[in-house]
Structures are given as structure tokens and as C-alpha cells.
Design a binder for this molecule. Structure first.
Ligand SMILES: [Zn+2]
Ligand SMILES: [Zn+2]
Length: 371
């Protein structure tokens, strides 16, 4: 029998216990079941007025019930949450904000460019490689009973654009496997029930937020999404990383964004985070707290550098080729599809914009890349 691969820490189910992970900062794990992920960390930053919540989870009733019970363990009620900060526009991060603020009447802080991107055809959280690492770890595992995690199942941002039409690089939008389409359908239904929050306090990089009775700097870190922010408290050396830097997986970098070179934006944001002084404890949105922020940033960059090198090798072998051809050489067959094409496209465009590749459009209106 095939031995079962261990779960990565980001894939672990949400635990009920609430832990103090930095001075006046509580970690509360909320249930999600998105491909590649098992929980999202909501952090409560405590002060004399109550608490500010960072990333209050999905918009589901079960996630909200979990949040309420975690808060009560800490002697808090939802009405005490005077502030919600959202690190970026993915539903497991902003989804719970409306419910919290309806009860507390508090304010909502997110980056100035925060947008829901309902038209985006796909908004996965983790890279294609990590998605498969998750599937491998789940293979042969007995399904859990109908837990709060299962009830909070909500894989992707709802998509209104469907699965037909052309991608920017001229391929047909590939039809995802049946299971995935079912999940998307579920998510679309959920989307109708999702109340989109109004950002009352748009923030910019460099802004100072008063949280947990002290000052946190907003660090704008585009890449995973254009509106991603991290929070840095140099006095207590705490860094809230969102999805920008996760302990053992790499976030999905989509080629389908308004940014011409999302990979370059991500690299710059990793450099910005790695260069910060006075960072001790790193608090990610998935997985456990960790310490060496700079080392993790470098490791993630190396992962993408390896991939860029692979793309260069493939270009040397193939000669002029379209995105699909590169994608099929870069990924194993089980990963082929829109998400893998989107990651491939992001890497090809990065090489092109750095002056290492050329692009032209062929008769079939497809992008053709040459080294
Ligand atoms: Zn995300
Ligand atoms: Zn996330």
C-alpha cells in the first residue's frame, strides 16, 4: 500500500484552542476547507477597548460560530471587536468581516486598492504544486465526520465569468475537472449569500495603525494579490504576514491580474519583507508562527528562480512555443489546466518583461514565446 504523505501545517484542521502568540495577540484557528488549506488564522489584537481582528475567516455561519466561541474563550464578545483588518481580497480572509461589523459597529481597514474581483476566473490560494501535495496527503485518509471544517467548505472565490472564452495568452479557457466545477458552483451559491464589506478605513503602505495598544506599520506586499498588506510592529518585533509568506507552502501567483508582472511584484514584496529590521515572531494566515522571516522569503524566491530556470531550459528545447506547450512541460499531466497555465504565463511574462524572452502573436491569436 502506498504510504500516506504527511499533512503540511497549513493543511491541519482548525483547533479550538486559543493561544497567545505575541504580547496581546491571540491566534484563533477558523475552519476552512479550501484546496491546499485546512484552517485560517484569525488574530485578535487586544487593547483596553476590546480587540481588533485580523482576517476573520469565511462568510459561513459555522466559521462565525467558531469565531464567537474562540472569542468567548478569551473573555470577549463579537461586539467588543471594534476593528477588523483584512490582509487581502480572498474570501477566507475578508468573508467574516461583515458579520463581525454588523454586530460591533466597528471599522474595517484594508488596502486602498482592495477589490473583490468577482470577475476573476480563478483565485486559488496555493500554488499548483502545493495543491497536489495536499491531495497526496489526503489520499487514502478516512474522511472526517461532518465537522465544522466540512461545513465551512468553500474552495474559491465565486466566479461570474465561467469557463468559456479566451485567456489573455490566447488559449481556450480549459474546463476544470468535474469535482472542481462542482466546488466552484457551490462557491457561487455561497457568493450570493456573501455580504461584501465596505472598507471604512482604506490604508496605504507606511500608514501607522494603533492596534493592541501600540503601533503597527502597514507594509504593502502585492504579488499573491495586488491589495495584499502585512502588519509590522517593530517594538514587539511582530509581523503579521497574511498569505504573503507562509511557513511551508508558496502562494498561488496568478498571471490573470491587472499587474503586468505579478511575479516581479511578489519578488519586490519578498525583498521588502526580508529587509525589515526588528522582526522576531512571524504570524502567517495559515500554519504556525515561525521566526526567520528573511530566510523564508529567500526560500520562496529560490523556488520561483528554479521554476524560471526550468522555463528557460524548456524554451531552449522547444523553440518558439505557446503557453500551453510550456505548461505541459513544466507540470505533470494531472496538474494540466487553467491554474497551471496561469502560473506558467506569469513566469513567461516575467522573463519577457525582464528582457529574457520575446513574445509575438501567431495566426491563431496565441502568444508565442521565444528565448
Ligand atoms: Zn490568499
Ligand atoms: Zn489565505
Amino acid at each position: 500500500m502506498e504510504s500516506q504523505k504527511p499533512r503540511r501545517q497549513e493543511q491541519e484542521s482548525a483547533r479550538e484552542e486559543v493561544t497567545e502568540v505575541a504580547k496581546d495577540v491571540l491566534r484563533m484557528e477558523l475552519p476552512i476547507s479550501m484546496p491546499g488549506l485546512g484552517h485560517v488564522n484569525c488574530y485578535a489584537l487586544l487593547d483596553s477597548e476590546g480587540a481588533a481582528l485580523v482576517d476573520p475567516g469565511l462568510p459561513t455561519a459555522s466559521s462565525f460560530a467558531a469565531l464567537r466561541s474562540r472569542l468567548s474563550q478569551a473573555g470577549l464578545a463579537v461586539k467588543d471587536c471594534h476593528t477588523v483588518v483584512v490582509t487581502h481580497s480572498h474570501p477566507d480572509h475578508f468573508g467574516g468581516a461583515s458579520r463581525v461589523l454588523e454586530e460591533s459597529g466597528g471599522k474595517l481597514i484594508a488596502h486602498n486598492s482592495f477589490h473583490m474581483g468577482m470577475g476573476a476566473p480563478e483565485k486559488p490560494e496555493v500554488s499548483v504544486d502545493d495543491l497536489h501535495a495536499h491531495e497526496d496527503s489526503e489520499a487514502g485518509r478516512t474522511p472526517e465526520p461532518e465537522s465544522e471544517r466540512a461545513k465551512a467548505r468553500a474552495p474559491f472565490t465565486p466566479s461570474s465569468s465561467g469557463f468559456s472564452g479566451k485567456t489573455p495568452w490566447g488559449g481556450e479557457k480549459p474546463r476544470p475537472p468535474f469535482k472542481m466545477r462542482m466546488r466552484w458552483g457551490l462557491m457561487r451559491m455561497l457568493g450570493k449569500a456573501m455580504r461584501f464589506p465596505t472598507i471604512t478605513h482604506p490604508a496605504l503602505g507606511g500608514d501607522v495603525l494603533r492596534l493592541a495598544g501600540r503601533e503597527f506599520f502597514v507594509v504593502h506586499t502585492p504579488g499573491h494579490t495586488e491589495d495584499h498588506i502585512c502588519l509590522h510592529d517593530p517594538a514587539e518585533e511582530v509581523f503579521l504576514a497574511g498569505d504573503h509568506v507562509l511557513p511551508s507552502i508558496t502562494p498561488h501567483i496568478s498571471g490573470l491580474t491587472l499587474d503586468a508582472d505579478p511575479l516581479k511584484a511578489f519578488f519586490d514584496s519578498l525583498d521588502r519583507a526580508a529587509a525589515l529590521e526588528h522582526v522576531g515572531q512571524v504570524l502567517p494566515a495559515h500554519g504556525h508562527p515561525f521566526q526567520d522571516l528573511a530566510a523564508r522569503c529567500i526560500a520562496i524566491k529560490e523556488h520561483h528562480d528554479d521554476r524560471l530556470e526550468q522555463v528557460r531550459d524548456i524554451a531552449r528545447e522547444l523553440g518558439p512555443a505557446n503557453v500551453e506547450a510550456f505548461m505541459k512541460r513544466l507540470f505533470k499531466e494531472r496538474s494540466w489546466g487553467g491554474m497551471a497555465e496561469s502560473e506558467t504565463y506569469a513566469h513567461l511574462e516575467h522573463l519577457r518583461l525582464m528582457g529574457n524572452a520575446e513574445r509575438h502573436t501567431d495566426g491563431a491569436k496565441q502568444f508565442i514565446y521565444t528565448l
